[in-house]
Design a binder for this molecule. Structure first.
Ligand code: GAP
Length: 449
């Protein structure tokens, strides 16, 4: 058992180091010295990302009969971004230090640095703020002409709005209904510190819920509560989550009201997801710019109207950082330090470690065979190298919630030792019952604090 000396305050340096060491996340183009703020997801990172995405997708689409999916192109007609207001409004105020040449977002400077107009790093004088558009642009086709300009989407939401009519006509949805999408988004961020928290290329999980204008407040409250609960189901500790309501100066150009769900990262409380009441702003702007009618004829109400949109906008890569930061713990066990990722079993990249107690006497063959058969149902990892305690520690460090060990008794009665990651408790289970026992343990999982 742990000696109760648990340290759950992770430092970013430790997390970054674990991510690299164990194959979660690597610096992009590392052999060339790395590309600032770009990261690659290794074998475990890609599994974790897919599991978070699949969990979100299941929660949003499979469990809601009135939410359907979409996968729109990253590049869209340039008029989309004029209509959305991004060409005109998607700016950050950029200031440079005249001395050390570092760049900052003026609105993110400390009060002290902002009022003195001094660099927070070296104290040098800052330039006047310039408005800097965050969208990346490129050209479609071999020749860069005015007409070929396209942007990489800075949010996935617009792909949903421009397909609103396609989707409701082809999926026979009636208002209220939602469209969900997961995909890459790109922003030329000025400051990209804090590992994968803010990057120029990232992934979003967005859902736009179309409602009658008179029902916007009710649905806004509904989605606020649903989305908060999502993070708890993902295994994030509730005490590390809170809402933050956007004040007048913070509201995006499209929002009537907005709440962020914030997480207490090692570098402070920061936004994890935004829930916005975007009113009919986007659909009306696309009607204006495209000349197409995007209103909805509501048979039940006998009324034609442009629906309001309640948006839930989560960062997939930011959620992954949250999951890892929240899961990281260091414990004293028997005088030694154990690093453990207390990931929820439903998202852990490896569900089950399978070990033979020793390699000899046919135990390795038996364990191998067991692992191969279990692969059909759970993600497994076979390990026969080193002392059993070390094998457990290796799995703890990557967050594997369960391990089974095949020993001499297994040969006699077909049972194995099942060891639980968090409590380190062990029990005997029949090999034929492992999958059922794991499924139940995952359904019942609750992290002890
Ligand atoms: N469609 C609305 C929208 O994009 P946002 O608040 O700008 O709203 C939503 O972004 C979420 O996307 C954020 O809460 C965050 O999780 C994620 N996100 C935004 N910019 C990001 C970046 N540069 N790197 C990583 N994640 C980002």
């Amino acid at each position: 058992m742990a000696d109760n000396s648990v340290d759950s305050t992770v430092s970013m340096d430790k997390l970054v180091s674990l991510c690299k060491r164990r194959g979660y996340i690597y610096q992009s183009s590392e052999i060339y010295g790395g590309l600032a703020s770009a990261w690659d997801y290794g074998p475990l990172g890609v599994e974790l990302k897919k599991r978070i995405q699949n969990f979100w997708w299941r929660e949003m689409t499979q469990l809601h009969e009135n939410i359907v999916g979409l996968d729109a192109a990253v590049m869209m007609h340039p008029r989309v971004w004029e209509a959305s207001g991004h060409v005109e409004n998607f700016h950050d105020p950029l200031v440079d230090c005249k001395q050390c040449r570092q760049r900052f977002r003026e609105d993110q400077l400390s009060e002290e640095a902002a009022s003195a107009h001094r660099c927070p790093e070296c104290g040098g004088e800052l330039t006047e703020a310039r408005q800097f558009n965050l969208m990346f642009s490129t050209h479609l086709g071999p020749v860069a002409e005015d007409g070929s300009l396209v942007y990489l989407r800075p949010e996935t939401a617009q792909g949903i709005y421009v397909n609103f009519k396609n989707v409701y006509q082809t999926s026979r949805q009636k208002i209220p209904f939602g469209i969900a999408q997961v995909g890459k988004a790109f922003r030329n961020e000025i400051t990209t510190k804090s590992f994968i928290f803010r990057t120029c290329e990232f992934e979003q999980m967005e859902m736009q819920f179309f409602v009658h204008p008179s029902e916007d407040e009710r649905w806004f409250e509904y989605w606020k509560a649903e989305r908060f609960a999502f993070y708890e189901k993902l295994g994030i500790r509730a005490r590390k989550l809170r809402f933050h309501q956007h004040g007048e100066g913070e509201l995006a150009h499209y929002a009537k009201i907005a709440f962020d769900i914030e997480y207490e990262f090692p570098f402070g409380w920061k936004e994890l997801e935004g829930i916005h009441n975007r009113t009919d702003f986007d659909l009306k702007r696309h009607m204006e710019f495209s000349g197409k009618d995007l209103s909805f004829l509501d048979d039940q109400r006998g009324e034609r109207y442009v629906p309001y949109v309640i948006e839930t906008s989560a960062g997939l890569t930011r959620t992954l950082l949250t999951v890892l930061a929240d899961a990281y713990e260091e414990e004293e066990v028997g005088g030694e330090q154990r690093v453990v990722l207390k990931l929820h079993p439903r998202v852990a990249p490896v569900t089950l470690g399978v070990f033979p107690l020793v390699k000899k006497d046919g135990l390795a063959d038996m364990a191998r065979e067991l692992e191969q058969s279990l692969r059909q149902d759970v993600s497994t990892f076979y390990d026969q190298g080193g002392a059993i305690g070390r094998r457990y520690r290796r799995q703890d460090e990557i967050g594997t919630p369960y391990c089974v060990t095949v020993d001499y008794q297994s040969k006699d009665d077909g049972t194995v030792t099942l060891r639980h990651r968090d409590s380190m408790k062990q029990e005997r289970v029949k090999m034929t019952e492992i999958v059922g026992v794991l499924n139940q343990a995952t359904a019942d999982y609750k992290r002890e604090e």
